[in-house]
Design a protein around this ligand. Structure first.
Ligand code: AMP
Ligand code: MG
Length: 509
């Protein structure tokens, strides 16, 4: 990565979002935090913005990212959106505690939003206090760095700012914080739902063209750009959820107001990366029905895409019947795209070569069915044996075939349970052309040593509450480069301690 040379004061923000009709946002300055201090800064994100991390003054960053000072060109605003929450349409949503400060053009030519989460009340706060707490800010900060480290599309964060201010969460005072979120896009499925359901179809059209121009410029050349847009969003969303499934990520609150129109992991609440596999894992203790359980995530994504597609009815054709059939034709592809992406990722994790050399149907993927079965059997086995996912895949990536059975004893209590599966796996691998050395190297690039386990975030939060930010910073370093060993922090390459099973994730943030 090239080193940026900018200082904070030199950052120039633009206001492209304000080209949209002004009744769809509220211009409002942040309510600054008191006594702001820097908890942590992500130097990788600073560099993407063209900043030189070494030239960033901690106090100055604390002032800019707590709302005390505004970047040049910034004219903060809260966006209006709505959305389906747990299956029910809620027209009352919007940025209740976060502000779009403006956009910044990086040295890579990418225009990114700078967004301050925890910046105070807005017109859309309802009964909320407009604040974010340090606990949830640390979780979002580390999780987004971990996602980026794994190569999974995600929003990122430049920094967390702490404060002496407190707010009540579940009847207890907690320290406030702000998080400076950085991503090209803060437009959610819910932005479209707001305009469609309030029958503002002209503005819906403007938003669509804004999204195409800014995020999908090549689509403006197609016959039906809105239809091409939904096709692309379906594609990216299927690819995203396939990545979550391949790495055991449970989002927790897959409401349509938390779904990004560019297909990034967005709005980290009561998420978790699972230590061991549980198909029914629910992340959010208030999700009593298990609507967003791990195994249901692909279906939840498709359901969300149906909500989005409905908003495209007036956009893709003047004739309702035609519009409906055009959109349904696109939605039908979701499952196939998802399955193919998921198979590709899981093959990479297992080091299995695909026999498909062309993307057309002239050379069909003959091993696909066998591989799907092998993958499914493995997850079932890992679940029954309560075996750590990350340790298991890393072991396969570091151990020659001849030693795998024996080495399993180090990470599970009953290695014999894996005998048959390993035999089938080894047989399948024998059909490939790769040398063992090459295969293991490839696998080590996709199977991390480190994952943001619940207990790691929890320990970092507890230390931060005592004023010690060192763990947040240490974990950040690991998670940014999760495929390499960090010799100074060997404990995190191991399993989660037993006490961590009791960690309960609240959606209050
Ligand atoms: P979330 O559960 O974080 O996705 O938030 C759902 C909705 O509640 C969004 O409209 C948020 O802006 C709003 N919200 C969440 N927490 C707060 C808060 N502390 N103050 C004001 N609004 C909030
Ligand atoms: Mg949200």
């Amino acid at each position: 990565m090239t080193t940026g040379n900018l200082r904070l004061k030199a950052l120039q923000l633009t206001r492209h979002y304000q080209l949209l009709p002004e009744q769809h946002f509220q211009l409002i300055p942040p309510a600054p935090l008191n006594d702001p201090y820097l908890v942590s800064m992500n130097a990788d994100v600073a560099q993407k913005l063209g900043l030189n991390p070494d030239l960033i003054d901690r106090q100055e960053l604390a002032e800019f990212a707590s709302g005390q000072r505004l970047f040049t060109g910034s004219d903060p605003l809260a966006m209006k959106y709505t959305g389906h929450q747990f299956g029910t349409y809620n027209p009352q949503l919007g940025d209740g505690r976060g502000l779009l400060l403006g956009e910044h053009l990086g040295p890579d030519g990418i225009l990114r939003d700078l967004y301050l989460k925890g910046a105070g009340k807005t017109a859309y706060s309802r009964f909320g206090d407009g604040r974010a707490v340090l606990r949830s800010s640390i979780r979002e900060y580390l999780a987004s760095a971990a996602m980026a480290g794994l190569g999974i599309p995600t929003t990122e964060a430049l920094c967390i700012i702490g404060s002496t201010d407190t707010v009540l969460r579940e009847n207890f005072p907690e320290p406030c914080a702000t998080l400076l979120r950085v991503t090209p896009c803060h437009i959610r499925f819910g932005h479209f739902e707001y305009l469609y359901h309030s029958r503002q179809h002209d503005d819906l059209n403007k938003l669509t063209h804004y999204v195409i121009e800014r995020y999908y410029p090549t689509l403006s050349e197609t016959d039906n750009p809105p239809l091409a847009l939904i096709r692309e969003v379906i594609h990216r969303s299927a690819g995203l959820v396939a990545r979550w499934q391949a790495y055991g990520f449970v989002h927790g609150v897959m409401n349509t107001d938390n779904m990004s129109i560019i297909g990034e992991t967005f709005d980290y609440g009561p998420f978790q990366f699972m230590d061991s596999y549980k198909a029914d894992q629910v992340s959010n203790h208030s999700d009593h029905q298990g609507r967003y359980a791990f195994k249901k995530q692909p279906d939840a994504m498709l359901w969300n895409l149906y909500c989005l597609a409905q908003c495209f009815m007036p956009l893709v054709s003047d004739d309702a019947k035609t519009a409906q059939s055009l959109l349904e034709e696109e939605l039908v592809h979701f499952t196939g795209i998802y399955q193919q992406e998921y198979l590709t990722l899981m093959r990479q994790r297992l080091g299995l070569e695909s026999d498909q050399t062309s993307s057309d149907n002239t050379n069909p993927d003959k091993t696909a069915e066998t591989d799907r079965q092998l993958i499914e059997d493995l997850w079932r086995l890992l679940e029954v044996q309560k075996t750590d996912i990350t340790l298991f895949f890393r072991l396969l990536s570091e151990t020659p075939v001849s030693e795998q059975q024996h080495k399993l004893a180090g990470i599970c209590t009953y290695p014999a349970a894996f005998e048959l599966w390993l035999k089938q796996y080894h047989q399948r691998m024998a059909s490939g052309d790769l040398t063992e050395e090459k295969r293991l190297t490839n696998m080590q690039r996709v199977n991390p040593v480190y994952l943001l386990r619940n207990y790691m975030a929890q320990e970092a939060i507890e230390l931060a509450h005592q004023g010690d930010m060192s763990r947040v910073n240490e974990l950040l370093t690991l998670l940014q480069r999760p495929f390499e060993y960090h010799p100074k922090l060997p404990q995190y390459a191991g399993p989660a301690p037993e006490w961590s099973a009791g960690i309960c994730l609240s959606c209050s943030s």
